[in-house]
Unconditional design. Structure first.
Length: 346
């Protein structure tokens, strides 16, 4: 319940809910990411009359299911662990989820769910092996979606996959067919989920980058064009420094976003950008540049005169944060942000 207060505030307010073993609680989606999935569904499944049926093939604690199910006329929850099914049955009644059915079955072979067609199939493969170690590669997760993908697409108009944020997006696209949307989902600056929407209905691949619970605007780009675009390098530092959020970096669209806003890149490998004008809609952190110097002792001493603590960031620089803090004798924190990086002229 203490974890739910932070992760699932609406659920935590419901008296009488049952909670699962801790690992299920840790692996379940947060309220913010579950709401985001529902918003995806409400956008792609249009008009509302098309929202006939959905199934969650890896139900778990049922958080994602509870937010997606009300969008549809009928919803099935499949889960191989009987204890989680018992918890789901109890909780769904308290959450007023009607027209839902809980099924205790392993969905990997398809026999439990493939007797009907769906508007949406949702699957969140378990990312731990038989001894509890975390896995990232799609084929190592349970169930193996790469082996099921043709069956999934033959029984649903849309298939939504929740995958590890550690997964290489290009590798996933090589192994999965008919992906039309990639969603990189961060919450308060931390990348939490990688969502793929698959459909046999062909469409250009789009990439969505969001940073939930922040003021960062969402980013939507044509993936092919965005991944080819490169920002121009700067000759000198502008008045402002721009640091892309985690979703832009994971989605590899930071250059495209910066170029759209007329920003210049400090170095081809830095992923830091600059500009003379304030760009309020940049998805990430924005800093006003107060001072700039080289790495010489005298330059540093002069620039940091009177500064006793600072927040340090190292990007494309040959010294670690720990070593830099020790060398500069700065305590952590405060209102000063110090970036150590390499400029375009190396």
């Amino acid at each position: 319940w203490q974890l739910a207060v932070r992760k699932l505030p609406q659920w935590a307010q419901t008296t009488g809910l049952w909670y699962p073993p801790r690992i299920s609680m840790e692996q379940c989606s947060s309220e913010a990411t579950a709401v985001y999935k529902r918003q995806i569904i409400e956008r792609i499944v249009s008009p509302a009359s098309d929202r006939a049926a959905m199934a969650d093939l890896t139900g778990g604690f049922g958080v994602d299911f509870s937010y997606m199910a009300p969008v549809f006329g009928k919803a099935w929850y499949f889960e191989r662990q009987q204890e989680l099914c018992r918890i789901a049955n109890h909780n769904f009644a308290l959450l007023n989820l009607t027209d839902t059915e809980v099924v205790s079955a392993d969905s990997a072979d398809g026999s439990s769910w493939s007797d009907r067609n769906y508007t949406l199939l949702y699957i969140d493969p378990a990312r731990r092996d038989g001894v509890g170690r975390k896995t990232v590669v799609i084929e190592d997760c349970v169930p193996d979606v790469t082996a099921m993908q043709h069956q999934l697409l033959s029984h649903a108009r849309f298939v939504m996959l929740k995958l590890s944020p550690m997964l290489d997006i290009c590798m996933a696209l090589r192994k999965l067919n008919s992906v039309r949307e990639v969603h990189v989902v961060s919450v308060r600056g931390e990348c939490k989920e990688l969502l793929l929407v698959m459909s046999a209905e062909g469409a250009p691949l789009q990439i969505f980058c969001v940073n939930l619970d922040t003021q960062d605007p969402p980013v939507l780009l044509n993936a092919g064009e965005a991944w080819q675009q490169r920002a121009n390098l700067c000759d000198e530092m502008g008045r402002f420094l721009y640091e892309p959020n985690a979703s832009l970096l994971k989605g590899a669209v930071q250059d495209a976003v910066a170029a759209q806003r007329g920003l210049l890149k400090l170095h081809r490998d830095s992923n830091l950008f600059t500009g003379s004008e304030f760009c309020a809609d940049f998805p990430g952190r924005i800093f006003r540049v107060e001072a700039l110097c080289g790495f010489g002792k005298q330059e540093l001493r002069q620039m940091l005169s009177g500064v006793e603590q600072a927040n340090l960031t190292v990007r494309n620089f040959p010294v670690s944060v720990a070593d830099l803090r020790k060398r500069l004798k700065l305590r952590e924190g405060g209102s000063v942000y110090l970036f150590a990086t390499t400029m375009a002229d190396d």
